[in-house]
Write a protein that binds this ligand. Structure first.
Ligand code: NAD
Length: 497
């Protein structure tokens, strides 16, 4: 069985641990590959390689860094199909969706190609007589990224392009469930000319994560994953004096006002709820139907839901692939069953669905639950599967109150033709990313991504200007080139004159 290696100091390094993690093909259910979970020594070797590389990379010219990033962008473009195939083989999402993931990751590489413009700094001349002040930003050193299974190429690219463009060196701990895409990115970075040790990967689990969080040479940690682990990462990183941004889970609500175009809203609800089998942190998992829209909207969503083509991600006819593991598939199914017991109306039941010829694959159909009580587990938990809950609200105010009562605040959207209502919603809703007639408002690369409440611990969002701020520290330099006339003793606090 193929074992995916670590990537340390510019080359693959076989794992030596006797603890292994399975890597499945979710469409067949077959365990096709594995990783050897990194030992503490292997993590230390990766951090040591990154630390050694920082000596020169941190001092390298912007011209050198951006030349490599431009080359990397070209290689990504040339290999996007191949990377998408790796994603589909281990994650299960359909090829077109995997291609979209690569494209969205590439946006951050493109932002990083322009890092020279972003790192120009600020200069004020003559703030006092013959005194100038410059503000510059410098790299932190070795930084680490810990990423989830659902975007095995994009989420690492939310992090490392800006981290290395700003002069840091990087250690990635990808999800143990689909590690091949990021390994391929490491090979392409090397081919683009990135010096050895600037980008490293340790394949692993909690042992590797804990060592990265405790390691004295790791200056900062970016994390994306579920809320309980995000919270753990933040607390432990702070305890070990590290800068941290930890993005967590979500339960994203889509509010539909009675004046909305219901066909458009139904299409968008389907795309955002069932795309990537609901395994997106920006998936719409709750539709809040306001006023008398509910019956009509549910009918239109149900009609569309029944016609979705579910099958292996490498079949161009498939619109939705399988879930990541058998256990996750069964857990998702259990929410549909419990919702029925807890008072919801099951309009479409996708549990028990199987694909001919792929009976052992981790497939599930799509489910639509109506009139879901807010006390039901299906409403309270992040299901992370193709289950869409519909909740009814009498008024706009009641709908916003419901959304704002959520413990998460990642993304949300409003569907309406009323500009005034949309404007109120933008200002009143408690979430980090808001869509107006856009169901999954994932910001473009040059705006930052991040949620509120339990969807993000830390204050800086990922990528965009926040990403650059996260991976750099500010320095302010006050300079005087004395004139022979200057000098003399003066113990007073310096004032500007
Ligand atoms: P996860 O939290 O299980 O795993 C994320 C990472 O943490 C992985 O690398 C994993 O190996 C590591 N990890 C898991 N358990 C750990 C532990 N006990 N100690 C230390 N490290 C541990 O998340 P997942 O299942 O891979 O991904 C799905 C979750 O990620 C969902 O909750 C989803 O909403 C969230 N997500 C959030 C965003 C966002 O931007 N907010 C984006 C993508 C995914």
């Amino acid at each position: 069985m193929k074992t995916i290696s670590h990537w340390i100091g510019g080359k693959p390094v076989e794992g030596t641990s006797d603890r292994f993690g399975p890597v499945y093909n979710p469409a067949t259910g077959a365990r096709e590959k594995q990783i050897a979970f990194a030992t503490v020594d292997e993590v230390d070797a990766a951090v040591a390689a990154a630390r050694a590389a920082f000596e020169s990379w941190g001092q390298s010219s912007l011209a050198k860094r951006t030349a490599i990033l431009f080359k990397f962008r070209e290689l990504l473009d040339a290999h996007r199909d191949e990377i998408a195939e790796l994603i589909t083989a281990e994650h299960g999402k359909v090829h077109s969706d995997a291609l979209g993931e690569v494209a969205r990751g590439m946006e951050i590489v493109e932002l990083a190609c322009g890092i020279s413009e972003k790192l120009k700094g600020e200069l004020s001349t003559q703030v006092s007589t013959r005194v100038d002040v410059a503000s510059i930003r410098q790299p932190l050193g070795v930084v680490a990224g810990i990423t989830p299974f659902n975007f095995p190429a994009m989420v690492p690219m939310w992090m490392f392009p800006l981290a290395i463009a700003t002069g840091n060196t990087f250690v990635l701990k990808p999800s143990e469930k689909d590690p091949s895409a990021s390994f391929r990115l490491a090979e392409l970075l090397a081919e683009a000319g990135l010096p050895d040790g600037v980008f490293n990967i340790v394949q692993g689990d909690k042992v590797a994560v804990d060592r990265l969080l405790e390691h004295p040479d790791v200056a900062a940690v970016s994390f994306v994953g579920s809320t309980p682990i995000a919270k753990y990462i933040q607390l432990k990183a702070v305890e070990h004096d590290k800068r941290v941004q930890a993005l967590g889970g979500a339960k994203n609500h889509m509010l539909v006002l009675p004046d909305a175009d219901l066909d458009f809203a139904a299409d968008q609800a389907i795309n955002a709820a069932y795309g990537s089998a609901g395994e997106r942190c920006m998936a719409v998992s709750v539709v809040v139907a306001v006023g008398d829209t509910g019956d009509e909207l549910v009918g239109r969503i149900a009609e569309r839901a029944k016609s979705l083509r579910i099958g292996p991600g490498d079949d161009p006819a498939s619109e939705m692939g399988p879930l990541i593991t058998r256990e996750h598939r069964d857990k998702v199914a259990s929410y549909v069953a419990s919702a029925a017991d807890q008072g919801a109306e099951v309009v479409v039941d996708g549990t028990g669905y199987s694909v001919q010829g792929h009976e052992d694959g981790f497939f599930i159909g799509v489910s639509l639950l109506d009139r879901v009580p807010v006390t039901a587990d299906a409403y309270r938990d992040e299901i992370f599967g193709p289950v869409l809950c519909v909740v009814r609200a009498e008024t706009y105010d009641a709908a916003v109150e419901l959304i704002n009562a959520s413990r998460w605040g990642n993304g949300t959207a409003i569907f309406t033709r009323d500009g005034g209502a949309a404007r109120r919603f933008q200002l009143e809703v408690q979430a980090g990313m808001v869509g107006v007639n856009v169901p999954i408002p994932v910001p473009v690369g040059y705006h930052s991504f991040g949620g509120w409440k339990n969807s993000l611990f830390g204050d800086l969002h990922v990528y965009g200007n926040d990403g650059i701020a996260f991976y750099t520290q500010g320095k302010v330099i006050t300079t005087r080139w004395p004139d022979p006339a200057d000098g003399g003793i003066n113990l007073g606090f310096p004032s500007n004159s």
